[in-house]
Design a protein around this ligand. Structure first.
Ligand code: NAD
Length: 418
């Protein structure tokens, strides 16, 4: 898929894969089979806007591999969405699912729009038309979508409704991350952020950091806000938060309840008076014990990796650290990296629970969901750390190699058709 390599996220995903393939000594004839996306679908989405004008948007879905079960992954609405980025995110989903032992391949979807610029009615029409264009390629046993940046429970409800109309009966298992009232799982909305907080807190205990550690969160959306709430509950001090409008910093810690109230009221951290205004770039390099990037990919780069001042880098976002930044972080062993495919895997793990509950029409209590989630996250963290120690490799290489090896083994044992 050389034509995708112009996209920096796809190039980064391929560079990571190539390095791990070298480390694992994956046979040459297997490398391209494991790396290349299986299916890439691009559709045009004609939509009537409220003004009466018809606009055509571009939507994508990439299914990375189909070896271990249906594909699974989020749907992103963001102006920068393009096929290469979606393919990179699908590849990362593959390694993430395999690392957590979920019976899925990775996928990702996206529509190149800024969702804030559209009314609810327009977003509904965009979502329904995108879903209907994708119907030949998705299904509970083929490809299951979930929310990601710019999409939410409501988006998933529209998708489920559109698919169910086509099939003729309600099919909750076509998406995860939908409202509980139509077959969603308790805990799914909070799962990614709470998982990030659980892992950061575990790492903090391992490093014997104080309970009132200082935390900075970039991106106060679904993942970032629940991660911050989780850390605050563990007793940590939230000293920095940001969103697309910029950041706020207070080295003494915010009044977290006041911050949450402000965001609930205004929809943004902008204008919160509890700290000093700061750009996203500056916020990332302020002193803290725990840094949680939870917005865009490639925000920790060779320009700032030497300057970040945390002890734990808990990657809530997908792909926040570039390959060049990783090389710098390897020279800074004082920073404990919890790599994205482990750190934010709480979302897909509870999505898996949601899918299983929908297929069985048998729903679990919230305590059962979080008990199971934390058991899987704790076990996976231990496995990654053991692998890292055994081979003297960084945490990301350890996590990626466990995930990639599982997909390689699946392909090898199933053989090549025909
Ligand atoms: P979201 O849309 O709920 O929130 C995104 C946040 O990032 C918002 O606060 C937004 O203002 C901010 N943001 C957008 N562009 C920014 C920029 N250029 N600089 C700084 N902040 C910016 O999205 P989300 O679901 O919380 O996803 C955040 C990240 O977590 C993404 O990388 C996503 O792929 C990853 N992720 C999400 C889930 C999930 O369950 N939602 C699961 C795994 C990984």
């Amino acid at each position: 898929m050389k034509h995708l390599l112009h996209n920096p996220a796809y190039k980064m995903a391929c560079d990571q894969f190539d390095a791990v393939a070298q480390f694992l000594n994956i046979p040459e004839n297997m490398r391209e089979r494991v790396k290349a996306p299986k299916r890439m679908v691009t559709v045009s989405i004609p939509v009537r806007l409220d003004s009466g004008e018809v606009k055509v948007f571009e939507g994508h879905r990439v299914q990375h591999h189909l070896t271990l079960g249906p594909t699974k992954g989020g749907l992103r609405y963001h102006q920068s969405v393009e096929l290469g980025e979606v393919a990179a995110l699908a590849m990362w989903m593959s390694w993430k699912c395999a690392l957590a032992d979920l019976p899925y391949g990775g996928a990702k979807g996206g529509v190149a729009i800024d969702p804030h610029k559209f009314s609810m009615g327009e977003l509904e029409r965009i979502t329904r038309r995108y879903t209907s264009e994708m119907i030949p390629f998705i299904g509970p046993q083929t490809d299951v979508m979930a929310p990601d940046m710019g999409t939410n429970e409501q988006t998933m409800a529209w998708m489920m409704d559109t698919y169910s109309h086509q099939i003729g009966h309600a099919v909750p298992s076509i998406v995860t991350g939908k409202p509980v009232s139509i077959g969603g799982s308790l805990g799914r909305k909070e799962a990614t952020g709470r998982g990030v907080a659980f892992l950061a807190n575990r790492a903090s205990d391992m490093l014997k950091l104080p309970d009132d550690s200082r935390v900075i969160v970039q991106g106060f959306g679904n993942v970032g806000s629940y991660a911050a709430t989780g850390m605050a509950k563990f007793g940590a001090k939230i000293v920095g938060v940001s969103d697309v409008s910029g950041g706020i910093y207070n080295p003494k810690g915010f009044d977290f309840q006041a911050l949450e109230d402000h965001v609930a009221r205004t929809g943004s951290v902008k204008g919160f008076s509890g700290g000093e205004k700061m750009s996203n770039e500056e916020l990332l390099i302020q002193p803290c014990e725990i840094l949680i990037p939870a917005a865009m990919d490639r925000v920790i780069t060779d320009k700032n990796a030497g300057k970040i001042q945390c002890r734990i880098l808990a990657e809530g976002a997908n792909g926040p650290t570039t390959v060049e930044a990783d090389a710098i972080l390897r020279q800074r062993p004082e920073i404990f990296v919890i790599p994205d495919i482990l750190c934010n895997s709480g979302g897909v793990i509870v999505s898996y629970f949601e899918w299983v509950q929908d297929l069985q029409s048998f729903f679990w209590a919230e305590t059962e969901i979080f008990d199971k989630l934390y058991r899987i996250l704790g076990r996976t963290l231990d496995t990654v750390l053991k692998e890292s120690r055994k081979h003297n490799i960084d945490h990301r290489t350890a996590a990626l190699s466990l995930g990639i090896q599982k997909v390689v083994n699946g392909k090898a044992i199933r053989g090549l058709f025909p």
